[in-house]
Design a protein around this ligand. Structure first.
Ligand SMILES: Nc1ncnc2c1ncn2[C@@H]1O[C@H](COP(=O)(O)OP(=O)(O)OP(=O)(O)O)[C@@H](O)[C@H]1O
Ligand SMILES: [Mg+2]
Length: 103
């Protein structure tokens, strides 16, 4: 495994902020990075059709499943989720890692 310099920065940002977005080119190792830095954090990918359906159709229930936040992979698939996430960030102490790909 290649050691990623982004790992240290990601840990630092996740301590400081309740949500961190990881953005980068295709196949650059984003998913591998977030899973290895936060192995105990629930992981959900919005590439999964069932997860994407719930995130689209019932965003409040989708976010409420995660008692202390989650890693949300492929988050760009459900842009409307961000407004709901903002509400959760404003009203709870849950911590999130948001992982995006360019469209
Ligand atoms: N630190 C690393 N050292 C060596 N190989 C790695 C490392 N991180 C990722 N890889 C390999 O690179 C490939 C892409 O990794 P990964 O799926 O994490 O990237 P990604 O940025 O999430 O891709 P996508 O844009 O498709 O979501 C995988 O085959 C993975 O095993
Ligand atoms: Mg990925």
């Amino acid at each position: 495994m290649i050691t990623r310099s982004a790992e240290k920065l990601l840990r630092l940002l996740a301590k400081e902020f309740r949500s961190v977005a990881v953005v980068g080119p295709r196949q650059s190792g984003k998913t591998t990075l977030v899973k290895s830095v936060f192995p105990r954090k629930p992981y959900v990918s919005l590439e999964d059709p069932d997860e994407r359906n719930q995130a689209n159709n019932d965003p409040r229930a989708f976010l409420a499943r995660f008692k202390n936040g989650a890693i949300i992979d492929e988050a760009q698939r459900v842009p409307a989720l961000f407004s709901y996430l903002q509400r959760v960030l404003d009203t709870t102490k849950k911590r999130w890692i948001i992982h995006l790909n360019r469209k």
